[in-house]
Design a protein around this ligand. Structure first.
Ligand code: GLU
Length: 469
């Protein structure tokens, strides 16, 4: 019998009225020096992976390698603000694993960015790229800042100084950042330009831009990259939902977060005939059982920064004759209780805890965000028979089109939007089938199955390459 690092015996349940704590099962936690804190995001993500690793019989040495990132880089850098004063910023780049290829993963600009968060997201990138069978490992980075509180000039200087601070540790064939929460194609253009200026640009100036993906199309970006994560969520849903008796055309869905991933998912679903009935974000929630126009809402959020207040706008109905409110304002609990076929969390991590999971009135959760569901929330969803399409599958569209961009840059070609869409759909469908096959083989839930399908690839590569020396 294994004993958890906390000293509690595996499998024993606590019958007192105290809130149920999770027990970290694997001895690997103590071995690699991880605190067995069940509320810690990194602990949660690694714990789920280790359970899948046990299920698959992944060798111990691979488990301990994956339980900690290879490199954790933390930098501090000064930036001159518009008022002439200097402010010190903190940035991170975590390189989790590169057994399958160069480190790959986004850069997040957000006030709550911290090391454990970045470690978890880097770890998830390793799993995501492995599940998708991309020739990439996993990395993630970020700067602790509020990008919406910065002027354009300040944002550019933060980006350039951050790039300079980590430029020695990244590279077009070594570690390739991309957009994430709070960053976009413009930020990638400044980043690429700075990197190129700092490298031996006489010889390989254009090629140096390959150091990031998610660039504007004018500077080597790929068509279809901006909507790619949302497109991938839709592709996974269209592949799996029919087997659950759900037809995308006519289904009802709701979204948490209406940024890049949420709004693109909603618009693409809308165009396929699905009905967006509720949305919630950091400021407010809206609902309309008759359907919210996902395109109008995207325009509104683009101007106002939130869905809040959309209920006060009006929309034309019936041959443009009558106007009605676009939606009604709702609370968070009303949002979760809104009946839908599919709920897409597309905001930050750890949004769906047991209290939300108990309220959710959906058949399926398609995770557009990274790690939006806590393990405790997951258990409630599973007890309630709600199916979860895990993030490493459902939101892998972004990094997949990043891979297409990197290939286009490497080969000096540019693909048509149709080709990008077609290849993405094919790769998302294959990854969905890989996950379903693992699920059947191990009789497990979709999340464990996705990890199993990812780990299979990583374990195979370690077995063939061996471990240096
Ligand atoms: N930030 C995105 C993700 O979490 C995309 C990463 C990439 O394109 O490298 O998957």
């Amino acid at each position: 019998m294994t004993t958890a690092p906390s000293g509690k015996t595996k499998g024993k349940s606590n019958s007192t009225a105290a809130p149920k704590r999770e027990v970290m099962r694997s001895p690997v936690f103590a071995e690699v020096g991880l605190p067995p804190d069940p509320d810690n995001l990194y602990t949660q993500t690694v714990d789920t992976m280790l359970q899948a690793a046990e299920c698959l019989g992944v060798p111990h040495e691979v488990q301990i390698i994956l339980a900690q990132p290879k490199n954790e880089i933390m930098v501090h850098f000064p930036v001159r603000m518009d008022d002439g004063e200097y402010k010190l910023f903190k940035g991170y780049r975590v390189q989790h694993n590169n057994a399958l290829g160069p480190y790959k993963g986004g850069l997040r600009f957000h006030p709550d960015v911290h090391l454990d968060d970045v470690k978890s997201l880097a770890f998830l990138m390793t799993m995501k790229c492995a599940l998708m069978r991309l020739p990439f490992g996993g990395g993630k980075g970020g700067v602790k800042c509020d990008p919406y509180g910065l002027t354009k000039g300040e944002l550019m200087r933060v980006t350039r100084r951050f790039c300079a601070a980590i430029s020695h540790a990244i590279g077009p064939d070594y570690d390739i950042p991309a957009p994430d929460v709070g960053t976009n194609a413009q930020v990638m253009a400044w980043f690429a330009d700075t990197y190129e200026s700092l490298t031996d640009s006489n010889r390989s100036s254009w090629d140096a831009l390959r150091v990031v993906t998610g660039k504007p199309v004018e500077v080597g970006g790929s068509l279809g990259r901006e909507k790619a994560t949302g497109q991938g969520v839709v592709d996974v849903c269209t592949e799996i939902l029919p087997s659950l008796g759900i037809n995308v055309k006519g289904m009802k869905f709701s979204i948490i977060g209406y940024g890049n991933v949420g709004s693109w998912t909603a618009r693409i679903f809308h165009d396929l005939g699905a009905k967006l009935v509720a949305v919630i974000d950091h400021k407010g929630g809206i609902r309309n059982d008759g359907g919210i126009d996902a395109h109008n809402l995207a325009e509104y959020v683009g101007k106002n920064g939130s869905v809040d207040g959309y209920e006060k706008t009006s929309t034309l109905t019936g041959a443009g004759k009558k106007t009605t409110a676009g939606a009604t304002k709702i609370s968070a609990s009303e949002f979760y209780q809104t009946p839908v076929d599919v709920l897409v969390p597309a905001a930050l991590e750890q949004m769906i805890k047991p209290e939300q999971a108990k309220l959710i009135n959906a058949k399926v959760i398609a995770e557009g965000a990274n790690a939006p569901t806590t393990p405790a929330g997951d258990r409630v969803l599973s007890e309630r028979g709600i199916e979860v399409f895990p993030a490493i599958l459902a939101n892998a569209g972004g990094v997949t089109v990043s891979y297409f961009e990197w290939v286009q840059n490497k080969t000096c070609t540019s693909w048509s939007a149709e080709r990008v869409d077609k290849e993405l759909k094919h790769m998302m469908a294959q990854a969905a089938q890989r996950t379903l096959a693992a699920r059947k083989r191990f009789n497990t839930d979709m999340r464990t199955a996705a990890y199993v399908a990812a780990l299979e690839q990583i374990a195979k590569v370690y077995a063939v390459r061996g471990i240096f020396p």
